[in-house]
Design a protein around this ligand. Sequence first.
Ligand code: SF4
Length: 273
Amino acid sequence: MDILSAVCQPDIRENLDYYNKEMEDCTDYYRDYINELLTEHDERKPLMFVEQRVDFSRFVKEGFGTSDCIIIDNDTIFVIDFKYGNGVRVDALNNSQMMIYAIGALEMFDGIFDINHVVMTIFQPRLENVSTFEMTKDELYNWAFTVLKPAADMAYQGAGTLKCGDHCRFCKAKANCRARAEYNLKLAQYDFKMPDTLEDIEIESLLGKLDGFIKWAEGIKEYALKEAVKGKKWNGYKLVEGKSSRKYTDEKKVAEKIIKAQKEVRRASQWSC
Ligand code: SF4
């Protein structure tokens, strides 16, 4: 691109609804991290694949996904996942999501390259978390055949039992999963006596569970609201307009846009007179 066209390029950030500076900084850190990794392995001319679709359907029926970045350097494959969230620190150690993506990457590239090592990295800039876990290719395939495939087959056939836990917070079915509802409702059935009649040990056991219970209840409300906005009717409930607590991230830009809009309205009214 020549200098003139570079200068004349519109700044696409202006029209992005969810753009903010922190987001841009985080993607810059991610780019720098990938660049460093490539530089470290520079002399062997590593190959890089960005937003690469990976297919792991040999182990999880109909399973596929998109890997943020895959780098192949000699006998090592790097699978990198960018996580923008900052709610939960995600560790790469024995992380099944990373291992599934890595299996997908192996399925794609192992026949072409002589891969022996797999390095899986979670890059989570807002928590300053860069977590890496390494396995040999054989260890990863062994896990895929002995753990992943049997569990995925069972789930596909609707067999087995659903296991609730911390992992539910990432599940797409969490709002209307019956197993999770039953698990949380057990808490609600707890005989809530006045706190001073509860034994310390009972309070301690409840404390550990309350956060999960509250999150579950909030998740149900959020799900019901989203569905209502889409048009679903819930008996006994109706949508009412609430007070918005949204804040502008760049007040200066908002002021500029309002002034610009006012000028356009004025100009338009002059034309129409
Ligand atoms: S919400 Fe239900 S389906 Fe999702 S992980 Fe939890 S138990 Fe499994």
